[in-house]
Design a binder for this molecule. Structure first.
Ligand SMILES: [Zn+2]
Ligand SMILES: [Zn+2]
Length: 342
């Protein structure tokens, strides 16, 4: 309650872009990103399922072009046959025939990001219960340079390590999680962002943080900071880059080749006191393991069980991945609430 009103009170101060010296920051880019992600959230499930199919076809074609036939076959097979547990109106659970576990596969990425959410949300809730902190979403950016994806990722992570050693950071942050997002500008230069869910101890003026970031990077001061009012949504926003580290539709053969060389690059991690907290965390009843419970509830559902949303019996529908978007469409066009509550 206190934290909420605190966060609300400083909301506008946090978001205001602050000009530093003669070089104005370019928040326009980040602002555009916000609307882009809002647009993405507005897409229907059928549209998103169609996009996942198209992305996988594109990836498989690129893999064939590179002679990675085995990888292409795995992507093709992944989620190609589905067992859909449904009441006809809602989908309670989808069980795929096979999962490729390829890092750029959108179906496998979704599962991976759900796993991360299930694992970290209870720990974040627990951490907040034990500490007087406010969660914020911080995006750190760096200048675009002609460098490899690996160099770009190392540059921003090294700068973040330096930032964490500084007194300012230690005074104001108690740890959190980070994830990497990759993009390329129109010149083909990498620009890598670091998305952080940070636990803020006390409020500070954002321009001070800009100065700190400039001090450790030498040439970057563009960042975006906003309070997180809904922890689950905030975490989802950040782990989404683990499942979708880049825009794959604009991905060429050379990009895939480079990505295949990055096998062991970490895309997500914890830092600071939150990291230590996660090591010995054991969930208790009041640490709010809600997401985990829901997930295990879905895992227990079988044919004949009641649909969690409308209580109608569930049946098992077999279909191919190509039929799934249309199935979502049928559900989207049926009037909501007709079966609900019966
Ligand atoms: Zn997959
Ligand atoms: Zn239902």
């Amino acid at each position: 309650m206190n934290q909420l009103s605190l966060a609300n009170g400083f909301n506008s101060a946090d978001i205001q872009p602050v000009k530093l010296g003669s070089k104005p920051p370019s928040p326009a880019y980040l602002d555009k990103r916000v609307t882009k992600s809002q647009r993405e959230n507005k897409r229907t499930r059928s549209q998103r399922a169609r996009e996942r199919l198209a992305t996988k076809e594109h990836l498989a074609r690129l893999a064939v072009g590179l002679g990675e036939v085995e990888l292409a076959e795995k992507i093709d097979r992944c989620h190609s046959r589905l067992s859909v547990l449904t009441c006809g109106r809602h989908i309670a659970r989808i069980i795929p025939n096979f999962t490729c576990e390829f890092r750029l596969c959108p179906d496998c990425g979704r599962r991976r990001s759900r796993r991360l959410q299930n694992k970290y949300l209870p720990m974040m809730n627990g951490f907040m219960l034990h500490n007087k902190v406010t969660p914020v979403h911080l995006v750190l950016t760096q200048t675009h340079r002609k460098e490899s994806r690996k160099q770009s990722a190392k540059r921003i992570r090294d700068a973040f390590t330096k930032l964490q050693r500084r007194e300012f950071w230690k005074k104001h942050f108690k740890g959190g999680t980070w994830s990497l997002e990759f993009a390329k500008d129109k010149n083909g230069f990498h620009h890598t962002h670091l998305h952080i869910v940070g636990f803020r101890r006390t409020f500070f003026a954002v321009e001070l943080l800009r100065g700190e970031w400039l001090a450790v990077t030498g040439d970057s001061h563009v960042l975006n900071l906003k309070p997180i009012l809904d922890l689950a949504a905030g975490l989802r926003e950040v782990v989404k880059y683990v499942s979708k580290p880049l825009d794959i539709r604009r991905f060429g053969a050379a990009d895939l080749k480079e990505f295949l060389g990055l096998k062991n690059m970490r895309m997500f991690g914890t830092f600071g006191e939150f990291r230590d907290f996660c090591k010995d965390f054991e969930p208790s009843d009041n640490d709010g393991a809600a997401v985990g419970e829901l997930e295990s509830l879905a895992r227990d559902l079988v044919e004949g069980c009641a649909c969690p949303q409308c209580n109608q019996p569930l049946f098992d529908l077999r279909m191919s991945a190509k039929e799934l978007p249309q199935f979502y469409e049928q559900m989207e066009s049926s009037p909501p609430g007709e079966v609900r509550g019966s």
